[in-house]
Design a protein around this ligand. Structure first.
Ligand SMILES: [Zn+2]
Length: 507
């Protein structure tokens, strides 16, 4: 039943609408000819969502019509994921400092002016139940990016989703009261997902956006990770600082108590883990070796895993609340979740994420399959886990072992990974895995890497690389793609190459 509704909602335009409006719009060249239209008799033939992530600054710098024109003509895009809430630079702002600007937009750094926040207009009535009330982004004055882009996009029959990301800055009013507490009792810059004000904020924000604007839905980003992964630094982007594992705040304690998990034992376990990690980094090998010692700690303190799962539970609770809230406003609105890159690299993290379970609370999953920057990121991941749990293994061997666990194909050796990037075959395999995993319960839109900044000597994707990566997603059975991370870091030749693959996939 639910599937039927979803299928029906995915229809981009009905035959009647098409006959009434579509013909004239198509004739006028407003609708790109690649848009396949569904009809009442072919519900299974759904429209591919060919999307791109774009932030407010690009529309400010280059003009709304001009940007939409480029996205439509070069990128063959029919959906935009408009960065509406974040304090992070991955989705908002111009090119991040220290990297070359792409071949469009302003060539001036916004390092000093960038602030982030809500790029739409927060309507105070929605935020009564949360302390996090003053989030309006200020760098573009009174501009409301959703109001500015939505009518122009609708005219072109481009769908608009608001991208919303769990990224904050410490000087936002209310943030200090909601922050997580680490193993040593220090307040952090991240917000606790069990804090009632934080949970209330996310539902308030999506309620505001979905009630105040005729958007097509929400794409929710939350790349925050649970304490076990944090303690080990078992990711691609972090340095290893095991004492900063979170969260041990009063709200977490309360949630743990309700589930019969001992706060004291969990804390003791993470302290033991911290000592183990610190000793490993100093090359102090346990007499039974690094791998055995790690497992011994886990066996002694099952609360380590329980505390890890508690974090995930909090995170998924928020996803569920977002989904339920949006559907409560309008069933036709679509909700998607961004699934972070570590889900691809880390087999243990993979075990904590069931695509089928996630599909229960989403209309689509944006599965990160960034292959170009993936090379340097995966190499970092291998080096990180090779510094602790797998320290006894030669790194190259560890990578080959991990490749097999992850079903990666013939990728470059570790010392060449950053300069080689991951292949388009990687995109294909990750797409296939996700499509198989969700068992047709939701759609899979792989995130395609276009110009995500990499280190000086790391690979920069050629247009041909981008073309192949985009093509691989469709070959893997994707229901569309999301060109990532933001238009303001993409070169137009690469965008055009992705567009070529999108057009070919639509034929
Ligand atoms: Zn907490």
């Amino acid at each position: 039943m639910q599937l039927c509704v979803k299928l029906h909602n995915m229809q981009y335009i009905s035959r009647r609408d098409f006959m009434q409006k579509g013909m004239t719009l198509a004739a006028a060249g407003v609708i790109p000819s690649i848009l396949p239209f569904s009809s009442e008799t072919t519900l299974s033939k759904e429209v591919t969502m060919n999307g791109i992530q774009v932030g407010a600054v690009s529309f400010v710098d280059e003009g709304v019509e001009k940007v939409l024109d480029i996205l439509q003509k070069k990128g063959a895009v029919n959906t935009i994921f408009l960065t509406t809430f974040t304090y992070g630079r991955g989705l908002a702002g111009r090119q991040i400092p220290g990297h070359p600007f792409p071949d469009h937009g302003s060539q001036q750094s916004d390092e000093k002016t960038f602030r982030g926040g809500n790029y739409a207009t927060p309507h105070p009535a929605f935020y009564r139940n949360t302390i996090l009330k003053e989030t309006r982004a200020t760098e573009h004055g009174n501009l409301d990016i959703v109001s500015a882009v939505l009518p122009a996009a609708k005219k072109r029959r481009i769908k608009v989703f608001c991208s919303v990301e769990d990224q904050w800055r410490s000087d936002v009013p209310g943030v200090k009261e909601c922050t997580e507490v680490d193993l040593l009792g220090r307040r952090t810059n991240t917000l606790c997902l069990y804090h009632p004000d934080v949970r209330a904020f996310w539902t308030a924000l999506v309620t505001d956006l979905c009630s105040s604007y005729p958007i097509d839905g929400i794409l929710f980003f939350n790349e925050r990770n649970a304490p076990l992964l944090n303690a080990l630094g078992a990711s691609h982007f972090q340095t290893i600082d095991s004492s900063r594992a979170t969260c041990f705040c009063e709200h977490h304690q309360k949630a743990a108590k309700e589930r019969g998990i001992s706060f004291d034992r969990a804390k003791e376990g993470y302290r033991a883990l911290d000592q183990y990690v610190q000793a490993s980094l100093k090359d102090q090998r346990p007499s039974d070796g690094y791998y055995v010692e790690f497992n011994r700690i886990l066996l002694k303190y099952p609360e380590i895993i329980a505390w890890d799962q508690l974090f995930d539970l909090g995170k998924h609770q928020v996803l569920e609340e977002v989904y339920r809230t949006v559907k409560g406003i309008n069933k036709k609105l679509q909700v998607g979740f961004h699934i972070e890159h570590v889900n691809s690299f880390n087999p243990i993290f993979r075990a904590t994420r069931s695509y089928e379970d996630l599909a229960e609370k989403a209309d689509f999953l944006k599965v990160v399959a960034y292959n170009n920057c993936g090379g340097e990121r995966y190499a970092n991941f291998i080096r990180n886990i090779g510094s602790t749990v797998y320290r006894d293994l030669p790194r190259e061997e560890l990578m080959r072992f991990n490749n097999n666990l992850l079903n990666y194909g013939n990728e470059a050796p570790l010392d060449q990974l950053a300069t080689a990037g991951l292949s388009s075959d990687y995109v294909l395999r990750e797409t296939q895995r996700a499509v198989a995993g969700v068992k047709e319960k939701c759609k899979i839109l792989p995130g395609i890497d276009i110009g995500i900044p990499t280190g000086k000597n790391s690979r920069k994707a050629s247009p041909e690389d981008t073309y192949k990566a985009t093509q691989a997603a469709y070959q893997g059975g994707a229901h569309g793609v999301i060109l990532s991370r933001k238009y303001s870091e993409m070169n137009l030749v690469n965008l055009e190459a992705a567009g070529r693959a999108i057009i070919e996939a639509g034929k």
